[in-house]
Every structure is written in C-alpha cells, then in structure tokens.
Design a protein around this ligand. Structure first.
Ligand SMILES: [Zn+2]
Length: 60
C-alpha cells in the first residue's frame, strides 16, 4: 500500500486543510480526517463513505 502521507506533504501549501475530528451529519460516525474546506456549523460534514454516496447521488 502507498503511504498516504506522501500525497499530503506534496499538496501542502496549495490548499488550506483543517484537521480534526468531525461527526458525520448523516451516520454520526466520528470522522477523524482532514477537511479541504473550513468546517462551518451551517455546513454538514460527512464521513468519506457518506460523502462519496452524496457525490454519486448528485452526479445522477
Ligand atoms: Zn457518514
């Protein structure tokens, strides 16, 4: 498997990232990962699984 940290350091500086532990708005699972956008109370945060499902839904 590839080390994902490699990709992250390559992209560092290009994009602001927000690291922390979020709760998924859909399944309420704790999602400790990096967000590419600033977490706003107004905006739902999804875990990777739900985010992907949402994205696929929107593409239909
Ligand atoms: Zn979820």
């Amino acid at each position: 498997m590839f080390n994902r940290d490699d990709n992250r350091s390559a992209a560092a500086g290009q994009q602001e990232e927000y690291t922390g532990e979020w709760e998924c708005s859909q399944c309420h699972a704790k999602t400790p990962h990096t967000l590419r956008f600033k977490p706003i109370a107004d905006r739902p945060v999804y875990c990777k699984t739900c985010y992907r499902a949402k994205k696929e839904e929107m593409n239909r």
